[in-house]
Design a protein around this ligand. Structure first.
Ligand code: NAG
Ligand code: NAG
Ligand code: NAG
Ligand code: NAG
Ligand code: NAG
Ligand code: NAG
Ligand code: NAG
Length: 344
């Protein structure tokens, strides 16, 4: 019972935060796929129901988290949730430990809240045959998004005059202090989230390479935000899930005119500053497209573009009728960094 209540609380926090925080532009089109690939029907194989999703920053990972919450709810699965002292996350940016998991959510089948990944501890927590998934985004747009989002909160960014991304990139060492507690938002954030060393120099290609190999060994699927729909098609096939399982709320993220368009020079400075992230992204973007090619690009196109909109008016109050949505929303808003954790 407790388990159910705590879980509902998180579902609501996640949904309401997405709903309210992402602003007035929220477009509640439910998007669903028409899966036309007869070659890859689920047949008699069972759905995979033990999933570790490493939620990364500014990568549309909240949409995935919400999808997993709803999957868990429909399939009566236990979701690992953090102990109260950790907040909404598993005590990020501390490295994950099984001590961060609320005892009422043991043993879990789904793990999706933010953490700094620690393979040994996650394996201790989750069933041995769990499937590991994560998501990455092109590093220059990811960094621009981090910069805009954490301008007021991350020490490295706060030092920059007029919040100028150009100024930061022209002399990052002038602003960045690796030892500060929030420095992971300012360099190789993705690498940090995955448990890697964000401060390896760009010249240390061997590190980027071996870290990438390590990630590849652990994660069956690395989704790419830019190809979210295509990534979901792969996910569905790998996990033998049904169509309903990958229906998601298509969120309008930041409006286009609030995004700074990045010129090629700026973009390459970002990649140089976040060299490990850039290495990871390039590798896993290529590998996503290899997997899609294997599935058959015709088939993918058919699944991807035969989409249909189901207009959908959400009723968050129906999720937990006795829970005061406004109060939960207020408490999730009290710490701006907390809030960000639910946004893309
Ligand atoms: C994982 O192991 C459990 C228990 O042995 C089994 O029921 C389940 O089908 C397995 N899942 C996968 C994906 O192999
Ligand atoms: C969900 O799981 C709980 C505990 O394992 C069980 O008591 C309950 O009957 C299940 N409910 C459904 C709808 O399967
Ligand atoms: C996972 O596998 C290890 C050995 O590989 C075994 O000792 C452990 O009991 C297994 N855990 C579960 C939950 O099956
Ligand atoms: C910061 O912005 C102000 C007002 O737009 C401008 O006058 C000033 O020169 C800017 N400072 C720098 C260092 O760019
Ligand atoms: C991802 O890889 C594909 C296939 O190689 C390529 O066409 C595309 O430009 C890449 N996307 C990004 C954002 O780099
Ligand atoms: C999908 O929704 C958008 C926006 O609501 C609408 O413009 C479009 O016509 C819809 N497409 C279909 C196939 O219904
Ligand atoms: C939520 O916050 C708003 C603005 O600060 C306040 O007016 C409202 O009373 C709060 N609601 C609850 C239930 O605390």
């Amino acid at each position: 019972m407790w388990q159910k209540k705590i879980f509902l609380f998180f579902v609501i926090i996640s949904t309401v935060s997405l709903l309210l925080h992402q602003g007035r532009h929220l477009n509640w089109n439910m998007k669903s796929f028409h899966f036309g690939c007869s070659a890859v029907t689920r047949g008699l194989r069972e759905k995979v129901t033990t999933v570790v999703f490493l939620k990364t920053h500014k990568t549309a990972s909240s949409t995935m988290q919400n999808l997993l919450f709803r999957f868990a709810e429909r399939h009566n699965l236990t979701v690992a949730l953090p102990v109260t002292i950790c907040g909404h996350q598993f005590c990020y940016p501390r490295t994950f430990s099984t001590h961060f998991v609320h005892p009422h959510t043991l043993p879990p089948q789904i793990l999706t809240n933010h953490m700094r990944f620690n393979k040994v501890e996650v394996r201790r927590l989750m069933p041995n045959n769990s499937t590991y998934i994560t998501i990455m985004r092109e590093p220059s747009s990811m960094f621009e998004s981090l910069f805009v989002y954490y301008t007021q909160y991350c020490q490295s960014f706060k030092r920059v005059t007029n919040a100028s991304l150009e100024a930061f990139l022209n002399n990052p060492w002038h602003y960045y202090k690796a030892e500060e507690v929030d420095s992971m938002y300012a360099r190789n954030t993705l690498t940090f989230d995955l448990g890697g060393d964000k401060d390896r120099p760009a010249t240390d290609v061997a590190y980027a390479k071996s870290f990438t190999a390590q990630v590849e060994k652990t994660f069956l699927l690395v989704m790419i935000s830019e190809y979210f729909d295509e990534s979901l098609i792969l996910l569905r096939h790998l996990l033998n899930w049904d169509l309903e399982d990958v229906v998601y709320f298509k969120l309008n993220m930041r409006t286009e005119n609030s995004k700074q368009s990045l010129n090629p020079q700026l973009s390459s400075k970002i990649r140089a500053w976040n060299s490990v992230d850039a290495y990871l992204f390039d590798h896993f973007n290529a590998s996503l497209w290899r997997q899609l090619t294997t599935l058959g690009l015709d088939c993918v196109a058919k699944e991807n573009f035969n989409t249909q909109n189901l207009s959908y008016v959400p009723s968050p109050c129906a999720i937990g009728d006795r829970i005061n949505i406004e109060r939960i929303y207020n408490s999730s808003m009290s710490d701006p960094l907390e809030t960000n954790r639910f946004t893309v």
